[in-house]
Design a protein around this ligand. Structure first.
Ligand code: AHM
Ligand code: MG
Length: 341
């Protein structure tokens, strides 16, 4: 007779979402429904990302494929499918997406009565999309502030990250993972393609206080401030007691860089440059959701001075300098950026 150990029980994303909801007496299931639909869209996008290498066979973006269908760019495809998923969930009043100039407000009674709005970068890491390097989806979910019963408005999306109800990312990499938090623990689920389910693989992720990886595009060195350049020199100094020199790792897909550092410990930075005084990354759908996750895993996220999650957005696509990851490393970087080192 063999006994199946409790520890080997497979927990799927949907089972996990439903079980988590049971912990809240007044939960209506709407947030659970949203998360379920995000997981569904992620699987559809994952299927398409996996086919990206077959472009020569299936047809390049912008052309017709052998079936006479339009071949879409993957980022447009991802945007469309996350829109579809959110609209079909009936729990989302609208989306602010990197792919759309304005927020998209859904019509109809269910959308007017929906409690939540979503900020999303449907497919981040555009330079890596066509070359088989990890890319990702980033999302943040807010409770709307406009009255339920009316269409959502732009100010529903312009909330500081400290108001996030849930945030997460999907990484399409050597395996596909969804990592999310509803404000307590950060949990990671790996897609098992053989059964088509995300399965709990990384429960209660905690990021190390101190790591040994720094992730930054050093080719902008001539455009960084003196403080940032002094910090880069510090990362490369030989100082065995503090684990330096740190390892340089930069994929150019924020989700992949942040995910690796979250697990192993490290700092990810995209500072201001002379050409882009606000950096490159977008507050609403890149920085805030990842800052929320990093903080909930025990890390820290700042623009060099202020906590990212406390910044009041004024514009859907606003950018900001970003430093996030292991708390001790981010603190040190801030000292350099602020000229204290
Ligand atoms: P994107 O939204 O056009 O994909 O740009 C965001 C990406 C991030 O994932 C990544 O960290 C950064 O851009 C890389 O930019 P750079 O090539 O300037 O280093
Ligand atoms: Mg992006």
């Amino acid at each position: 007779m063999s006994i199946l150990s409790e520890t080997h029980k497979i927990v799927t994303l949907n089972e996990f979402i439903i079980n988590s909801q049971k912990g809240f007496d007044f939960a209506t299931g709407e947030l659970s429904g949203l998360l379920h639909h995000i997981g569904l869209a992620a699987k559809i996008v994952n299927r398409e990302v996996n086919k990206a290498g077959l472009v020569g066979i299936l047809g390049a973006a912008g052309s017709n494929n052998v079936h006479g269908e339009d071949v879409q760019r993957l980022d447009i495809f991802a945007n469309l499918h996350f829109h579809k998923a959110m609209r079909n969930s009936e729990f989302c009043g609208g989306i602010a997406s990197e792919e759309d100039d304005d927020c998209v407000i859904y019509e109809g009674e269910r959308a007017r009565n929906a409690k939540y709005v979503v900020c999303i970068d449907p497919l981040d890491g555009s330079s890596n999309i066509d070359v088989n390097v990890s890319i990702g989806t980033i999302f943040g979910i807010y409770r709307r502030i406009s009255p339920v019963g009316q269409p959502c408005v732009e100010k529903d999306f312009l909330q500081p990250g400290n108001q996030l109800v849930a945030a997460g990312y999907i990484i399409y990499g050597s395996s596909t993972m969804m990592v999310y938090t509803t404000g307590t623990r950060v949990n990671g689920f790996t897609l098992d393609p053989s059964i088509g389910e995300f399965c709990l693989s990384h429960p209660d992720i905690k990021t190390p206080l101190q790591g040994s990886i720094y992730s930054i595009n050093e080719s902008y060195q001539s455009q960084f401030s003196d403080g940032v350049n002094r910090y880069l020199a510090y990362c490369k100094e030989i100082e065995p007691f503090t684990g330096r020199p740190y390892n340089s790792r930069y994929i150019g897909s924020m989700v992949a860089d942040v995910h690796r550092n979250l697990i192993k410990g490290g700092i990810f930075a995209y500072p201001a440059t002379k050409d882009n005084p606000q950096g490159k990354l977008r507050l609403l759908y890149e920085c805030n959701p990842l800052a929320f996750i990093v903080e909930k895993a025990g890390g820290m996220a700042t623009d060099g001075k202020n906590r990212i999650l406390d910044i009041q957005p004024t514009n859907l696509h606003q950018r900001l300098p970003t430093y996030l990851g292991s708390t001790a490393m981010v603190r040190k970087a801030m000292q350099f950026v602020q000229g204290e080192e």
